[in-house]
Design a protein around this ligand. Structure first.
Ligand code: FAD
Ligand code: NAD
Length: 472
């Protein structure tokens, strides 16, 4: 207790968790700083994650649609050529616009933006190594929020060079369309990146250790449907298969795989291999050991329900700690952590955090999977409705997928909603709200949904739970 702390709140990391926490803290009237080392705000999500991947997904979808889909809509086009450089430029323009936007919001709200690497050196002290060189700066803080995010989990034996053996960071910046691509891991990153490059002309093979794609949390029906749809789009899947090793040469990579439970070995040739086997919390160089803050066996900062570490005024949020590694989850925690500081209470409903996979069609879900509900022993109802019976999806010639509701048989309360379909990522918002408010399927089924919209499929799936849908 020597000198008075300079800031009420110092946030380390300027990703969706950190920058949202910083803005919220400033809005609460707290003197706030945010330390970020990458030279731009927005973290993984804006710089090398959510935003650049969605730019490539959107534009590769348009390209693929022009090549393969517009003719039967009555649109004849001449020569269609890919300009990958321009596609990357469009991506960069979106990224820069958004990261600069956060800088503007920092100014508007009076957040001090400190560019450099932060290391916790005492319970109220952070040393910052400035990005642009120069003397180490000492920042004092009454409260610290750790929001340092995550990094790609490396694959043992395959050295990442971000050219031939890439993580998602290399996969969103390839200079050429690889002729052949092998993706290790059939989770969300694997499937989104496989979609981009397959649409642009790569032959993509996805190797997944488990018996289903989609990563943890995807309902088994949905994973199966998605695999069928993506296979039709040209992707190849090797499930129940493990990668044993890789041989990298000047011009190609051979990925040696075998059946997960032991069996025939095989070598898959590729120009580019994407390692997408998950992400791990990033706390390197943060100095947690200086204040005795502990990590669990997976490297996550251990926190209590108010995001407090062992040192109560040092909190941790987002990818660096427990829970789903999602930008909107990090943002909710950023706000809640600040509210615990400023008001003494905060709120995140972990049962109502949506997941979206931005393939085409999209997959989106919230709440429990059928497998999770079954495991609880609870009796349940299923109501589903296919987009092939929805007028708008039919009119748009975009009718693959379905909506599936899972409800408590006794009370009709909605336990989970799973969608594969066009714009599923927007549609799931209604499901999140329903779960947040404890709605029943009948609440949704008796709510008017505009005609003709895709959302009518949502209503009819709800009707299928407690009664019958009209159009199927
Ligand atoms: P991060 O965004 O990782 O930010 C942490 C920041 O802290 C980084 O900028 C880092 O430079 C900085 N930092 C670390 N250590 C220090 C230090 N000591 N000093 C100063 N700064 C430091 N999620 C979604 O919800 N939707 C999506 O569509 C989506 N798409 C994704 C696509 C890809 C390819 C990837 C990789 C991820 C995607 N995610 C998506 C996940 C999402 O990016 C993360 O969940 C989110 O970014 C986590 O936010 P965060 O603030 O916890 O950490
Ligand atoms: P993931 O956990 O979603 O999927 C990894 C997959 O790799 C799993 O299916 C796993 O079984 C498989 N796997 C693990 N080890 C393997 C091995 N040795 N061989 C073969 N397969 C193996 O992880 P991810 O796709 O890398 O994504 C990382 C994180 O980023 C996730 O938490 C995800 O939620 C987040 N993210 C979200 C979005 C989105 O919201 N749209 C997009 C991208 C990333």
């Amino acid at each position: 207790a020597s000198e008075a702390p300079e800031h009420d709140v110092v946030v380390i990391g300027g990703g969706p968790g950190g920058y949202v926490a910083a803005i919220k803290a400033a809005q609460e009237g707290l003197k706030t700083a945010c330390i970020e080392k990458r030279g731009a705000l927005g973290g993984t999500c804006l710089n090398v994650g959510c935003i650049p991947s969605k730019s490539l997904l959107n534009n590769s979808h348009i390209y693929h649609q022009i090549l393969h889909d517009v003719k039967n809509r009555g649109i004849d086009v001449g020569d269609v050529k890919l300009n990958l450089q321009q596609m990357m430029k469009a991506k960069e323009t979106s990224v820069t616009g958004l990261t600069k936007g956060i800088e503007f919001l920092f100014k508007k709200n009076g957040v001090d933006y400190i560019k450099g690497t932060g290391t916790i050196t005492g319970e109220n002290e952070i040393k910052v190594n400035p990005l642009e060189g120069g003397e180490v700066q000492t920042v004092r803080a009454k409260n610290i929020i750790i929001a340092t995010g995550s990094e790609a989990t490396p694959f043992p034996g395959l050295t990442i060079d971000e050219k031939r053996v890439v993580t998602s960071t290399g996969a969103i910046a390839l200079e050429q369309v690889p002729k052949k691509m092998v993706v290790i891991g059939g989770g969300i990153i694997g499937l989104e990146m496989a979609s981009v490059w397959s649409r642009l002309g790569s032959e993509v093979t996805i190797v997944e250790y488990l018996g289903a794609i989609g990563g943890p949390g995807m309902d088994a029906d949905m994973a199966k449907t998605m695999q069928r749809i993506l296979t039709k789009q040209g992707m190849k899947f090797k499930l129940n298969t493990k990668v044993v090793s890789g041989d990298v040469s000047e011009s190609s990579v051979a990925v040696n795989v075998e059946a997960a439970k032991g069996g025939k070995a095989e070598a898959l040739d590729a120009d580019v291999v994407l390692v997408a086997i998950g992400r791990r919390p990033y706390t390197t160089g943060l100095g947690l050991e200086n204040v005795g803050i502990e990590l669990d066996e997976r490297g996550r900062v251990i926190v209590d329900s108010e995001y407090r570490t062992k040192v109560p005024h040092i909190r941790a949020i987002g990818d660096a700690t427990f829970g789903a590694m999602l930008a909107h989850k990090a943002e909710e925690e950023g706000i809640a952590a600040v509210e615990y500081i400023s008001k003494g209470y905060g709120h995140v409903n972990y049962g109502a955090i949506p997941s979206v996979m931005y393939t085409h069609p999209e997959a989106a879900w919230v709440g429990q999977t059928e497998q999770e509900v079954k495991a609880t022993g609870k009796e349940y109802n299923i109501g589903s409705f296919p987009f092939s019976a929805n007028s708008r999806a039919k009119t748009n010639l975009d009718s693959e997928g379905m909506v599936k509701f899972i409800t408590d048989k006794e009370t009709d309360r909605i336990l989970g909603i799973h969608i594969i379909g066009p714009n599923a990522g927007e549609m799931i918002a209604e499901g999140v709200l329903a779960i947040e408010y404890g709605a029943s399927s009948e609440d949704i089924g008796r709510t008017s949904h505009a005609h003709p919209t895709l959302s009518e499929a949502f209503k009819e799936a709800a009707m299928a739970c407690y009664s019958k849908p009209i159009h199927a």
